[in-house]
Write a protein that binds this ligand. Structure first.
Ligand code: WT7
Length: 636
């Protein structure tokens, strides 16, 4: 454990005024896991109640057997018999500054009309529909229109290339694609429909494409294949019965970001998934009816599925979605939006927080952020430095931060503080939520004592866990269930501290074994970014004749800072002081940006290639390939 993590002795909260009104004030330790989840499932509307809560053996467990439920019904219809009928469900701001508001009644109209359109297009229960859309209201409407009729949606992130899109269409055998003509990004138009046209040369299963008009750029419409959304919606009827789905029917599939290997189509169920996301959205974000809730993720990731669409809407939230880039027209766009809509809950990723840090505090000055009452973080370990910055500059010291650990595969948040109960330690994800049995174990599957690194596992099934890898049960079993008997293997490394708080050190593949020591890349990175000049850093293991493996650092500097030998020495001193001499880096690379996947994760595999002077491997999931050419070292 590095000193910057250990030294984050500062412990915050819980804030007394928050505790008083929190959705969860205490945990009932006497509830069995099954009874806990049963109570959470009772928060939803079921057409038919389940016969038993949990059946089957790991890895093939079933939740709420014979229960009948519909996700779209729970996100919309359930709210129509109350005052929420006229509540804003969705507030949209486009990058050019256009805006739209949909009440729950509006959502009902648009979703049921679109469900009828899908049916007319020959989509039936169980068919797969690919959604390739930007962050516009029709993305949410499309997902809910699919789940209403039992079609399985496969959302593909709008930033993916036509190659990535055709791979995903082929793997899922989708019958229909929903896309847009284009969308706005940094003032320009991204030609989404062109990419679909190109992708469809490589596929055979798609009969129709529905095109939403967003940016009015010229596109080519293929006769009898492509249809305009607004023309189809013109004649569509309002009102479409929600299909009574079995709790275990598939709700959607989603391909994982895939920093390694071929992407996996993670399959989620209907009843268990909805129970997990609805419960955690209520408990972890402490969601209240009056909140304006902004999860700044993209609909193309699991965060968008669970905490933009299904969790919040099933709880009757008012959610905000923003189409564009956070630095357009200027680097204060995020704070403008918070002020303009009086956002009260903000959920974002460490990579975004570090970017805000790099841009500097001046972009937040003169903004009224007093509406904020809770902040969230997800996606990777948050270094204490960034945590403190977020707490102080965004939350003004008044907002609890929930650092939420989970995965595409887990469906919903598994480890997080509960804002009305737990103290927060910057950099730690706190403890497993009620109903979740997560632990840190050694390679024999035994719990490790505190302070020791091990594998993060889940020892009992939970409702929102993935049910399969699409059409590849063997891969499902091998990837997640074969390392330890009866335990779900997350692939993350972690340790517990003396209070039982969990500290995630990153993917196990990212652990660097150097001179016989196990060094978590997150530890090294979090010490380096304590230096005032450094904005972001990645620590990579690379071959070293003596130690076996040495450490290479890739760093980006804050505005106005420049690389030098002195800076390298200062950074090495910090690492030696915080971790030990054995962790002194072999080499530094400085860059304008680090190469990231489209979901914001640093592509360590590529950095390893750079560090060892190899040809670059597969760069198809990289956001911007040109960043690689910008690396510089003091040794050249
Ligand atoms: C991996 C899952 C979960 C939605 C977004 C990413 C890392 C996620 C945290 C956190 C430390 C985290 C893990 C995990 N991760 N949240 N709060 N602290 N690490 O979904 O693409 O499936 O990635 O993201 O390594 O395994 P994903």
């Amino acid at each position: 454990m590095s000193d910057s993590m250990k030294n984050s002795k500062k412990i915050y909260g819980p804030n007394p005024s928050f505790v008083e009104n929190a959705n969860v004030k205490k945990i009932d330790e006497n509830l069995s896991i099954e009874r806990f989840w049963e109570k959470e499932a009772e928060r939803l509307h079921w057409f038919r109640k389940w016969d038993s809560v949990l059946e089957g053996e790991i890895p093939f467990t079933r939740w709420f057997t014979n229960g009948k439920i519909n996700a779209s019904y729970n996100c919309i219809d359930r709210h129509l018999n109350s005052w929420k009928k006229n509540k804003a469900a969705l507030i949209f701001e486009g990058e050019p500054g256009d805006r739209a508001v949909y009440t729950y009644q509006d959502l009902y109209r648009e979703v049921t009309k679109f469900s009828n359109v899908l049916k007319k297009m020959g989509i039936n229960k169980g068919d797969v529909v690919t959604i390739y859309l930007p962050m516009i209201p029709q993305a949410v409407i499309s997902m809910l229109a699919c789940s209403r009729i039992g079609a399985v949606h496969s959302v593909v992130f709008g930033g993916f290339s036509s190659q990535a899109l055709s791979d995903r269409i082929n793997d899922s055998e989708a019958k229909l694609v929903i896309t847009s003509d284009g969308y706005w990004r940094r003032g320009g138009i991204v030609q989404a429909k062109d990419r679909v046209d190109k992708a469809l040369y490589e596929t055979t299963t798609v009969d129709h494409v529905i095109v939403i008009q967003r940016s009015k750029n010229h596109i080519h419409m293929v006769k009898d294949r492509d249809y305009w959304y607004h023309e189809l919606m013109d004649w569509a009827e309002i009102g479409c019965e929600a299909e009574a789905m079995d709790a275990e029917d598939d709700l959607f599939m989603l391909y994982t970001s895939g920093t390694t290997g071929k992407p996996k189509g993670v399959v989620h169920s209907t009843g268990g998934y909805l129970t997990g996301v609805s419960s955690t959205h209520h408990n972890v974000f402490d969601h209240k009816d009056e909140d304006v809730y902004w999860c700044a993720a993209d609909i193309g990731w699991i965060t968008g599925h669970s905490y933009i669409v299904y969790g919040p809407l099933s709880n009757g939230s008012t959610l905000l979605i923003y189409e564009g880039a956070p630095d357009y027209p200027a680097k204060d766009r995020t704070w403008d939006i918070v002020e303009k809509y009086s956002v009260s809950i903000l959920y974002t990723a460490p990579t975004a927080i570090r970017m805000f840090m790099k841009w500097g505090e001046k972009w937040l000055e003169n903004k009224n952020l007093s509406s904020l009452r809770l902040l969230g973080s997800v996606g990777e370990p948050i270094n204490p430095e960034a945590w403190e910055w977020y707490y102080k500059n965004v939350g003004k010291g008044n907002c609890p931060i929930v650092d939420t650990w989970w995965q595409t595969e887990t469906g919903s948040i598994m480890i997080s503080s509960l804002p009305g109960i737990n103290k927060m330690k910057p950099g730690s994800v706190c403890k497993p939520l009620p109903g979740i049995c997560a632990d840190v174990v050694d390679d024999k599957g035994e719990s490790v004592p505190y302070g020791r690194n091990g594998y993060l596992v889940v020892k009992r099934p939970w409702p929102s866990m993935l049910r399969n890898v699409y059409k590849n049960t063997q891969r499902y079993v091998e990837t997640y269930w074969s390392m330890f008997d009866g335990m779900f293997c997350t692939g993350d490394g972690a340790f517990k501290d003396e209070d039982g708080y969990i500290w995630v050190s990153g993917r196990v593949d990212d652990v660097i074994v150097c001179a016989g020591h196990n060094i978590g890349s997150a530890e090294v990175e979090s010490s380096i970014v304590t230096h005032k000049s450094v904005a972001e850093a990645a620590a990579i293991g690379c071959n070293n004749a003596i130690k076996g493996l040495g450490i290479c650092i890739f760093a980006t500097l804050k505005e106005g800072e420049f690389p030098s030998r002195d800076l390298e020495n200062e950074l090495s001193e910090i690492i030696i002081a915080e971790i030990g001499k054995f962790a002194k880096p072999d080499k530094y690379f400085f860059a304008k940006e680090l190469p990231k996947t489209r979901s914001g994760k640093i592509m360590r595999r590529l950095l390893r290639d750079v560090a060892e002077g190899r040809e670059l491997g597969d760069t198809t999931t990289l956001l911007d390939v040109s960043v690689i050419d910008d690396f510089m070292t003091m040794d050249d």
